[in-house]
Structures are given as structure tokens and as C-alpha cells.
Design a protein around this ligand. Structure first.
Ligand code: SF4
Length: 275
């Protein structure tokens, strides 16, 4: 049984490992109540993870293993801090008045928020009751777990589409592409506002056909407000080294301006709003 601790503020770039060694594996979560959960950290002043000023909670657990992941210390629950949902909500309540007045809200990222479905559901529901805008950042791989009531607690989905090509997606994430596309189509069918995020990794995801495939898939979706092209950065590479993991992209450069512009133009040419 993991020890209940206090969730400390921090940054997505902090390394946090081995805090809850008795935690279950991330594919064996049983949190029907959602009274407790595992979190990496939270940030209080993000302007990138949804509209306005955001508090962002990074929850632990992810079933993907992206080759360029900058937070491998969120993959396993055992690396997270075991906290009560009551403590999380007390902390959120302290920030709620400021977030409301600044037109911001709560974003839950990770890791993958849908690994701990009941825990994140309770946080979203309480945030809505506090009058906060809510957003989830997700790969969509576990989108089938999100029933209509879960989605009803979320105002905006930040959906990471890592590839349009099943073979590339498998190579990059270790998992199948189909659940993500299925989730994206479902979001479109219920007009759930979404921002699509695409991580541009030279030599990995930058193939023009791969980019075109995402652009053509997303362009007809009226619920998608933006496509965000996110260039690879190396701020998480030290985590791979510290955790004894082999980092494939240790020497991969960030994409240069020409490559970023080419990809942005591909999205624009398909009819997407890009930034
Ligand atoms: S989905 Fe996100 S947290 Fe999970 S491995 Fe990929 S980049 Fe990392």
C-alpha cells in the first residue's frame, strides 16, 4: 500500500522517481472510487496548455513509450506521489478565484490522464463546480475509456496525434494508432472543442506524407480550433540518462526554421488553423 503524501508544486521538467514503490503497474489501475491517485507535480502558471492562465496537474501513468518523451518519469505510477483527491481539490480551490478572474482554468496532463480515470474524473467534476474551464491533454490511446459523462466534465481536449501512419505510430509510441483516430472522430461527432498537437521530430515524424495524413484527417473537423506544431526539444533528455534509459534522440537536433515552416504550411494548405 503506497503512503499518502503531500503533492508539491514543481515543474514538468523536474525529475521525480521511485516515490511510491508499491504502486500498481500503470496497466493494472483499479481506482473505481478515485479517492486517491498518483501525480508527478503541478504547475500554477502555464499559458500554453489551454486558454488563459492554467494550473496544470501532471498525473502519473502512461501506456505509450514515445521515443522522444520528455517526461519518462510519468510513465509509471511508482514514480508518482500518492495523494488524496481531497488534498488536490483543496489546493485547486486556493487557486480557483485567481484562475477564474484571469480567464484560465485547470488542465490535467501527464503521463496519460485516462490511466487513472476515476481520479481524474473527480478532479474535473470538482473543477467545473468551482467554475473553472477544464482541459485534458491526452494521446487518445485510452479514449474508449472516456464515456459521455467523463467528456461532459471537459471543456477542451488537447489531443496529441503523433502520426497518421500506423507503422510510424507504432515505431514512435510502441502502440496502435487506431484508438487515437477513433477518439478524434468521436470528439468531432460530439463537437467537443479540441486543439491537435503534433510533435515534430526530425527523422522520426517529419515525413511529408505523415504530416499530410494528419492534416487531411484533421482539416474537416469543425471542433478542432488549432493545430499546434511542437518542435522537439531536449529539456527531458537528462531524465532518460538519470533513469538509465537509452534515449534514441540524444543527438537529434531540434527542427530548423525551414522544416517547421514546411510543416506549418502543409497543415495550412490542407485547411487547418495552425500556430
Ligand atoms: S504519450 Fe506523452 S507521456 Fe506518454 S510516452 Fe508519449 S510523450 Fe510521454
Amino acid at each position: 500500500m503506497s503512503t499518502v503524501r503531500t503533492l508539491e508544486p514543481g515543474s514538468r521538467h523536474d525529475l521525480r522517481v521511485g516515490i511510491s514503490p508499491d504502486a500498481p503497474d500503470e496497466d493494472k489501475v483499479k481506482d473505481e472510487e478515485g479517492s486517491f491517485g498518483y501525480c508527478h507535480s503541478y504547475e500554477t502558471s502555464s499559458r500554453y496548455d489551454g486558454p488563459g492562465l492554467r494550473i496544470v496537474i501532471f498525473v502519473s501513468g502512461c501506456l505509450l513509450r514515445c521515443t522522444y518523451c520528455h517526461n519518462p518519469d510519468t510513465w509509471h505510477l511508482k514514480d508518482g506521489t500518492y495523494v488524496s483527491v481531497d488534498q488536490v481539490l483543496r489546493r485547486l480551490g486556493e487557486f480557483a478565484p485567481a484562475l477564474r478572474s484571469l480567464g484560465g482554468g485547470l488542465t490535467i496532463s501527464g503521463g496519460e490522464p485516462m490511466v487513472q480515470l476515476a481520479f481524474t474524473r473527480r478532479i474535473f467534476a470538482a473543477a467545473r463546480q468551482m467554475g473553472l474551464h477544464t482541459a485534458i491533454e491526452t494521446s487518445g490511446f485510452l479514449g474508449d475509456r472516456a464515456d459521455a459523462s467523463y467528456l461532459s466534465e471537459i471543456d477542451l481536449v488537447l489531443l496529441d496525434i503523433k502520426s497518421s501512419d500506423p507503422a510510424t505510430y507504432k515505431r514512435v509510441t510502441g502502440r496502435d494508432l487506431a484508438p487515437t483516430l477513433r477518439f478524434a472522430e468521436r470528439l468531432a461527432s460530439v463537437s467537443k472543442p479540441a486543439w491537435v498537437r503534433f510533435t515534430l521530430v526530425p527523422g522520426e515524424t517529419d515525413d511529408p506524407q505523415n504530416v499530410d495524413g494528419i492534416a487531411r484527417f484533421v482539416a474537416p473537423m469543425k471542433n478542432v480550433e488549432w493545430v499546434e506544431v511542437q518542435p522537439l526539444h531536449q529539456m527531458g533528455s537528462f531524465k532518460w540518462k538519470s533513469m538509465g534509459l537509452e534515449y534514441k534522440h540524444a543527438n537529434t537536433p531540434s527542427p530548423n526554421r525551414d522544416l517547421v515552416n514546411r510543416v506549418i504550411e502543409q497543415f495550412r494548405a490542407a485547411g487547418c488553423q495552425v500556430r
